[in-house]
Design a binder for this molecule. Sequence first.
Ligand code: F0G
Length: 363
Amino acid sequence: MVKLANNPTSLTKGWSGIIEAYRPYLPVNETTPVVTLLEGNTPLIPVPQIAAQIGRQVQVYVKYDGLNPTGSFKDRGMTMAISKAKEAGAQAVICASTGNTSAAAAAYARRCGMRALVIIPDGYVALGKLAQALLYGAEVIAIDGNFDEALTVVKQLAENYPITLVNSLNPYRLEGQKTAAFEVVDILGDAPDWLCVPVGNAGNISAYWMGFCQYHQVGKCQKLPKMMGFQAAGSAPLIAGHPISSPNTVATAIRIGNPANWDKAIATQESSQGEFNAVTDAEILEAYQLLASREGIFCEPASAASVAGLLKCRDQVPSGSTVVCVLTGNGLKDPDAAIKYSDNSVKAGIAPNLEVVADLVGF
Ligand code: F0G
């Protein structure tokens, strides 16, 4: 009988999670307890139908980070934040969340026996994310307020009590998330010309930029991408230039009016000669449907903002360039949105009869 080790890394074909894969680039040492669900190593998938809409021999890929263990890019940051919290002896972590951070925090914290406290805006967290947080065993508090108000409360709690904050203000989160940039370069052999990212708190766009810059410094890539950040039009403080007090969008994951990483976002945009642009809910939903029905890729609405943004800015894409759009979360996170916004529907109430069914499908 084959004896399987307790360490899950020995059960995978060489992939041990982002901390082991990129250890020299991360602030960990041999005594850091690695709390991992083998996150990372997500596919970079060509999307030819979307590329065809741009033309000019542009290569377009999506970095499908919805295939992480809890279904979003947050796992990259959370393996770092929770490992470092464990190393420091923390017994409880806390976050404010539009859903994905809470799912990831809950999974990683519970895996190493910590309490996971999560504060969410009541009524604005997609069903799948809430289901995850509950089943992973988080202590979930829904406030009558938006994400920005939830973040204010958790910052105060973390300042006053022995609880570690694991929102993207925690620097280890961005350290973990930068590994997505490493993976993109490891596959493409260089950085892309454009990187399109949905932006809420602006942690992820800042983390990608850190990753590309770090790889550039050590000669792993020759160029640096233009960082293109996209916010939902109803929640676009970085485009407005000031916080939005009542943000709104169908893309609840990025329904954020006062990004926690505002200064980093501006620095990223300036040093990469990138741009922030707004995409409307209609544009987001069009890209969401296009990705699923033409490319076979099911992401959540917020993630589709990166593709919506690329399509909106298509005339600016230089001929012959390589573009990566980040798909931050899995479509299964938000089944309500999928059903509500699909222009497809179930033909129901049909008799279980050959002729009837054959006729319905046009034979
Ligand atoms: N896409 C998804 C699916 C997200 O869940 C988030 C953020 C973003 C994009 C934006 O990333 O904040 O780094 O700019 N979700 C946070 C949460 C706010 O609580 O899950 P960002």
